[in-house]
Ligand binder design. Structure first.
Ligand code: URA
Length: 204
């Protein structure tokens, strides 16, 4: 996605929205994939429009679908702790997902769904212009970087795409299932924290 490869679906009104609000509005009735059928809310994303740091997860679960906000359920509580451990507040980072509508039963979004949603995410990233992105889990890694990439192999290593430095790490839900993943996530977040501090210092 970071190469800007064409995908099956386009934002039809291709007069590309120039603000996040306009982008959100233009996707409000989105029916680009079957996930539209079962959704209660589109989970567009949360955070300041010019966040330096963005987290990208997989897709909304039940709580997120009901509230229309990303990462508000059990995995979200853990993400809040990860964000706090990095020294940030939730208000200063942007949080989004690969797909903006809940896959039934919280299954992994399929390729068609992810590709249908990708133009929205791509535009969102262009508008926010974060300098750092944390990819949470294999789904985020595979749909943005390389479908064959393994999260266990890629985590902890920066991927550079233009001006953006991207850090893949485990998804918080994986930590809930397997607490031994907490340590590697903490190591990855320390790398992101250090890079973030360098960025802020460079701006001063
Ligand atoms: N898991 C995700 O990947 N995203 C959410 O928004 C919630 C749970």
């Amino acid at each position: 996605m970071f190469e800007g490869k064409p995908t099956q679906t386009r934002i039809e009104d291709a007069a590309q929205p120039t603000t996040l609000e306009a982008l959100w509005e233009s996707m409000s009735g989105c029916r680009h994939c079957g996930l539209a059928e079962g959704r209660k809310n589109i989970v567009f994303g949360d955070g300041p429009p010019r966040a330096r740091l963005m987290f990208i997860g997989e897709g909304p679960g039940r709580d997120e679908d009901l509230q229309g906000r990303p990462f508000v359920g059990a995995a979200g509580q853990l993400l809040d702790k990860i964000i706090a451990a990095g020294g940030w507040t939730r208000e200063e980072v942007y949080i989004a997902n690969i797909v903006k509508c809940r896959p039934p039963g919280n299954r992994i979004p399929n390729r068609d769904e992810a590709e249908a949603c990708m133009p929205w995410l791509r535009r969102q990233i262009q508008l926010i212009a974060p300098r750092l992105i944390v990819l949470l889990g294999a789904t985020a890694l595979q749909f943005t970087i390389d479908p064959k990439a393994r999260i266990t192999a890629c985590r902890g290593q920066w991927i550079q795409r233009g001006r953006i430095k991207i850090m893949p790490t485990f998804h918080p839900a994986a930590l809930l299932r397997d607490p031994s993943k907490k340590r590697p996530v903490w190591e990855d977040i320390q790398l992101v924290r250090d890079e973030y501090q360098r960025l802020v210092e460079g701006e001063e």
